[in-house]
Design a protein around this ligand. Structure first.
Ligand code: AMP
Length: 289
């Protein structure tokens, strides 16, 4: 596995692959890798084949964190991540620094951002107003540095995947965006780097997100007529309130493609929620098939 740390070296390599006609699959991450990330790497490998190149990046992108958020506390373990990438068959691990990605950002030397104006408005965008501007900016930059044929994202961040797919189409990036399913722990908790923040007590209560998704699926499966989103939201909020460490940030029913909020909930409607467990903010989502 080759490690690349500068933007120039990454782009030089990518241009060489492109000239050689080599297929490139790309998995961007913020590190502290878990089974969810590794499932994306395996998917990228299947997509580009044995002769293709799989690139993973680890970069904790400062522009997608608000000043009040957990940027400096974000979990990191680079040696472990390198070993996991090597084992998963990553060919090139891109580890840029802030100075490489945003040269001169603190002194006015960096001033270009990419903004998606529609799909990024509600849900995560409502709770974290500057988040998606940071995400689209860094992903656009990474696409320009890695020049992938296909980039793999996780369904765990459903809105993010939708925003990136839209950006890719709107800005004509010549690549395919693939979304891979959410990997979960045995008790249903979606794998996340942020699960590390949870105490044992909080970890037990964190399954409430999965249980809320399950309850919504059961209600929808048992109903012959559509359910009102507002009624279901109240039921889910009540379930979440049974956990003393849990505080609901949002719960939303929406169309999986347009992300437009749904008034009536039917099979095929999508559900997403964000819940604080203690001080840790967790998100999850599911289709209500
Ligand atoms: P992150 O490092 O949290 O920014 O995530 C990097 C990529 O991994 C994103 O495309 C996420 O959607 C994806 N991802 C995170 N958690 C999971 C999971 N539990 N299952 C599948 N993909 C995930």
């Amino acid at each position: 596995m080759r490690i690349v740390t500068t933007a120039a070296a990454m782009q030089r390599l990518a241009l060489r692959w492109r000239r050689a006609g080599t297929r490139v699959g790309f998995v961007p991450t913020m590190g502290y890798l878990h089974g969810g990330h590794l499932s994306l790497v395996h998917r990228a490998r299947r997509l580009v084949g044995k002769r293709g190149i799989v690139v993973a990046s680890i970069y904790v992108n400062p522009t997608q964190f608000a000043p009040t958020e957990d940027l400096s506390a974000y979990p990191r373990d680079l040696e472990r991540d390198k070993a996991l990438c090597r084992k998963a068959g990553v060919d090139v691990l891109f580890l840029p620094s802030d100075a490489e990605m945003y040269p001169g950002r603190d002194t006015g030397g960096y001033s270009t951002y990419v903004v998606e104006e529609r799909l990024s408005q509600g849900m995560e965008g409502g709770s974290r107003p500057t988040h998606f501007r940071g995400v689209t900016t860094v992903v656009a930059k990474l696409f320009n540095l890695v020049l992938p044929d296909v980039a793999v994202f996780g369904a765990k961040d459903w809105q993010q995947a939708a925003v990136i797919r839209r950006m890719t189409r709107d800005l004509n990036f010549p690549l395919r965006v693939v979304v891979a399913p959410t990997r979960r722990e045995k008790d249903g908790l979606a794998m996340s780097s942020r699960n590390k923040y949870l105490s044992a007590e909080e970890r037990a209560q964190a399954t409430i997100l999965f249980r809320a998704l399950k309850l919504a699926k059961e209600v929808v499966a048992a109903s012959r007529t559509p359910n009102y989103a507002d009624v279901l939201k109240k039921e889910l909020a009540a379930l979440i309130a049974t956990q003393p460490a849990a505080r609901l940030d949002y719960v939303e029913f929406f169309d999986p493609e347009t992300l437009q909020p749904a008034i009536a909930v039917t099979r095929g409607t999508h559900l997403a929620l964000a819940v604080f467990i203690g001080r840790t903010r967790l998100i999850d989502n599911a289709e209500l098939k």
